[in-house]
Write a protein that binds this ligand. Structure first.
Ligand SMILES: [Zn+2]
Length: 327
């Protein structure tokens, strides 16, 4: 009996080892980036609200020791009587120990405004932010393309890249994107109307959609890159993130991610893969690499229809929430 029991344990252990060999634990890593600073809703929100949401957002990220780069649109600073407070909200990012990057002055699409105007918008977007960063002995080193629009033809794309390199920028790609800005617009409206039921419904959907997007992108990574590279997540500065980013970070933790800096993520060789993507619609870098390889990404989780519908209705009734991508 003893011997049989020992054998059973051996067989069981071998099975376990076999299973482990088949499914090695992936060391998932992610860098978090937040766009449209000081806030995607800066046109609608008073400076005091922007300060409050910034403090809440950064407080959570600092408590959880999550490194973040925030990408600025300086145009959002210029509201009569509020400029100083809006600049202070930006300053908070640096005071809390985070880094700032350039997202152009006016959130211009390279695909829409053309190369020359876009380059001017990049330069114009440096004024205040680089002044703030100089007090921390830093200088902006990352640029995020508004709408992820990297050029509708390869010549424009390459010329813009050469311009950015010459100006000391590294492009900040993204690989994980759950369209949080789309949920954020609805959340803002529900919050303003004190509709807590709707807020909860939006948050639940935002978390589960991101969960599905992460799972999809992990599989797409293996198909396109051959492994899961150090991922880069795109989020936007909003009350939704200020109130719930901790729960979203928990979703990442459940997937096994640990948090790294954008600089660390960019050391992954994946970010040097051939990339000749051009198109009217900006998209993430997993799509760039897939399309460059002649693969058509398929099976992406469907964005919840009721969120699109509600955003459209809200846009029509109040003009408050854009039904078009604002990332
Ligand atoms: Zn943006």
């Amino acid at each position: 009996m003893k011997r049989a029991g020992f054998l059973l344990i051996c067989v069981f252990e071998m099975m376990c080892l076999g299973l482990m060999a088949q499914a090695p634990k992936v060391d998932r890593q992610v860098a978090v980036t937040i766009d449209d600073l000081p806030s995607g809703m800066a046109d609608k929100l008073p400076a005091a609200d922007i300060t409050a949401l910034t403090a809440k957002l950064l407080g959570t990220l600092r408590d959880q020791k999550i490194p973040v780069v925030g990408f600025v649109n300086e145009k959002k600073l210029y509201k009569p009587g509020q400029v100083d407070e809006r600049i202070k909200a930006l300053q908070m990012w640096l005071d809390y120990g985070f880094e700032l990057g350039n997202h152009t002055y006016a959130h211009s699409s390279l695909n829409q405004v053309g190369l020359k105007a876009w380059e001017e918008d990049v330069i114009r977007g440096e004024t205040v932010t680089n002044m703030l960063m100089a007090t921390h002995k830093m200088k902006m080193r990352y640029l995020r393309h508004p709408y992820l629009d990297t050029g509708r033809d390869l010549q424009t794309r390459r010329e813009a890249e050469a311009f950015l390199t010459q100006r000391g920028y590294r492009i900040a790609p993204i690989t994980l994107d759950g369209w949080d800005w789309m949920f954020a617009g609805l959340y803002e409206d529900a919050k303003a109307r004190n509709d807590t039921d709707l807020q909860q419904k939006i948050v639940k959907e935002y978390l589960s959609y991101h969960d599905a997007v992460f799972a999809y992108d992990e599989q797409l990574s293996v198909k396109v890159v051959g492994y899961e590279p150090k991922q880069i997540l795109l989020l936007h500065a909003s009350n939704l993130e200020a109130d719930h980013i901790g729960e979203l970070m928990d979703v990442l933790r459940k997937h096994g991610y640990r948090f790294i800096t954008l600089g660390d993520a960019l050391e992954d060789p994946a970010y040097s893969l051939p990339d000749t993507y051009v198109g009217e619609e900006g998209t993430g870098w997993l799509d760039h690499w897939a399309i460059t390889q002649g693969k058509i990404p398929q099976g992406a989780p469907k964005f919840p229809e009721w969120v699109i519908q509600r955003a459209r209705e809200l846009h029509q009734s109040t003009g408050q929430v854009s039904a078009e991508p604002t990332q």
